[in-house]
Design a protein around this ligand. Structure first.
Ligand code: C5P
Length: 222
């Protein structure tokens, strides 16, 4: 019997990263932040001076990524070629580049097995855009977490302000809409709920409320 997987898909800022982490902690499962793999690919491509539209070049970079996820003090850090790049991969520039390289089918193909390799006992929580549709279609629990674009932009704004980064709410909203548009309208694994996913809207429920609902699904299905 393969290890159980809980997939949590949704647009950026829906809170899926936070939920995935809390859930993995609570269940003692491993965690796959698949967005980080696309971000690492984007950063490596930018560092190599590759053109982000050059599908073969970027796919090659994706296939040869030298990465590791290290856990220190409860925080997961992303290490690229021996260097901690956890902060770099969260920059807006890299976010945009990640959504561009993620639209390339050969890049998605290059990262597929790497993502499946995270599946191990006692279980995995996988967070992304196509975890329930493409990467783990047989997952016993699939959640699709959404929230309005305005609410997601506001959350990101608060998060950045808390870190002392000054940004405009309007720019963030535009970025979020551009990324949503690219994620939902690409041909390869577009962002969409799996047929058997439970759709939760976090616009008006807090993290605890969402976590409770997901835990109920886990109890029922795993
Ligand atoms: O989730 P996160 O915002 O870190 O993901 C970064 C980018 O990677 C997203 O904008 C999306 O385009 C892409 N992505 C994807 N498929 C996934 C996870 C992320 O296409 N499973």
């Amino acid at each position: 019997v393969p290890a159980p997987v809980v997939t949590i898909d949704g647009p950026s800022g829906s809170g899926k990263g936070t939920i995935a982490k809390l859930l993995a902690d609570k269940l003692g499962f491993s965690l796959l932040d698949s967005g980080a793999l696309y971000r690492l690919t984007a950063l490596a491509a930018l560092n190599a001076g590759a053109h982000l539209e050059d599908e073969l070049a970027v796919a090659k970079i994706a296939a040869n990524l030298d990465i590791r996820f290290a856990i220190a003090g409860g925080e997961v850090s992303a290490v690229l070629a021996g260097e901690d790049v956890s902060r770099d991969i969260r920059m807006e520039r890299v976010s945009m580049a990640a959504s561009k390289v993620a639209a390339l089918p050969a890049v998605r193909e290059a990262l597929l097995q790497r993502q499946r390799d995270f599946r191990a006992l006692p279980g995995l929580v996988a967070d992304g855009r196509d975890m329930g549709t493409t990467v783990f279609p047989d997952a016993p629990v699939k959640v699709f977490l959404t929230a309005s674009a305005e609410e997601r932009a506001r959350r990101r704004f608060d998060q950045l302000q808390g870190r002392g980064v000054s940004v405009s709410l309007r720019d963030l909203l535009e970025d979020i809409r551009a990324r949503d548009d690219r994620d939902m309208n690409r041909a390869a694994s577009p962002l969409a709920p799996a047929e058997d996913a439970v759709v939760l809207d976090s616009t008006d429920i807090d993290i605890d409320g969402v976590l409770q609902k997901v835990l109920e699904l886990v109890q029922k299905n795993i």
